[in-house]
Design a protein around this ligand. Structure first.
Ligand code: IMP
Ligand code: MG
Length: 236
């Protein structure tokens, strides 16, 4: 049989019995047609063409779904008495919107949801360490005395989580603050500096990689992908 698969993801798909590849429209050469067990036929259109490439799917839709359900169960057992807790899932915009939407529908403990703008990345693939959280915005959310579960797409250095936690404590002290992220990069977490102890983490990514999909972006794009893929800027 003719060898279609030349890249590592392709070879892996072949091992899984996927035999009919079709290159994706963006020609990143790593997304296949509807026979694909991972991307379920989603065609990725890459607005960056040759300057940015998807390198392979790390967590597929089914894997993510299962993990979200497990996290929701862990969260439910953490707030065992709905009458005694006033749970609010507080999503950090923009990246948390997809994860929070799935998580909220899997969590059975009665809860409210709220979103706050917090951003430490400014467009590229490296964190800047500077996080902006609007105190006015937090004040308007009625979070004082509540049980807050901060929800982020990914815990990288931890600066965003730290900034949100400190701002909450200062502006509208909640009864409790916990943290949940779909992904974390443990090797980059500034634990000693920030005293960050994340409670609920979907997947620990070791070694750390730059990823897109499931809410995670590169310059605002790729958030809509139903899987999480490794990606990289290409030096021209
Ligand atoms: P932290 O403040 O360094 O923990 O970074 C958290 C934020 O950086 C996340 O909410 C994401 O918006 C962004 N981020 C970190 N790593 C990645 C990545 O691999 N892809 C896309 N965004 C990322
Ligand atoms: Mg973000």
């Amino acid at each position: 049989m003719e060898e279609h698969f030349t890249d590592p993801l392709g070879r892996m798909l072949r091992k899984l019995g996927v035999n009919r590849p079709t290159l994706c429209k963006c020609e990143t050469n790593n997304v296949y047609d509807k026979k694909c067990n991972f991307c379920e036929g989603i065609i990725v259109r890459n607005p960056f063409s040759s300057s940015f490439r998807l390198k392979g799917i790390l967590y597929g839709p089914e894997q993510i779904k299962t993990r979200v359900e497990e996290l929701a169960m862990a969260i439910d057992s953490s707030y065992p008495c709905p009458d005694a807790s006033e749970l609010v899932l507080l999503g950090a915009l923009t990246g948390a919107y997809v994860f929070l939407s799935d998580l909220s529908r899997a969590v059975r403990t009665p809860h409210k949801i709220a979103f706050v703008r917090a951003s430490s990345y400014h467009g590229g693939t490296q964190t800047t360490g500077k996080v902006q959280v609007s105190h006015e915005e937090l004040k308007s959310l009625d979070l004082e005395g509540k049980d807050i579960l901060i929800v982020e797409d990914i815990l990288d250095t931890g600066f965003t989580y730290h900034a949100l936690r400190e701002a909450l404590r200062k502006v509208c002290p909640p009864r409790s603050i916990e943290f949940c992220a779909m992904l974390s990069k443990p090797d980059k977490l500034q634990v000693a500096q920030l005293n960050v102890k994340p409670k609920f983490i979907g997947f620990q990514m070791r070694p750390p990689k730059f990823v897109v999909g499931y809410g995670l972006d590169y310059r605002g794009y790729f958030r809509d992908l139903p899987f999480i893929a490794e990606a990289a800027e290409v030096k021209q």
